[in-house]
Design a protein around this ligand. Sequence first.
Ligand SMILES: [Zn+2]
Length: 80
Amino acid sequence: MKYLLVLAVVFVALWLWRKGRRDDMRERAAAARTQAPPKVTAPSEMARCVHCGLHLPLADAITDRSGVYCSAAHRQAAAR
Ligand SMILES: [Zn+2]
């Protein structure tokens, strides 16, 4: 009789644990569904460094009258 009670307690504990996991997984799935899809931005315009030929986003490039450079060092090197 004692073992039956222990077994019943173990089953109830297992049931509660599995129920908790199931609820947790359900909440995660619902949260993933409600999240907005990742924003797709327009592609950025690329430029080529006149000195070394590296392609980089135009926003990160250093633009000069003589051309587009990847860094200030390359702009100076091209000026020499
Ligand atoms: Zn460069």
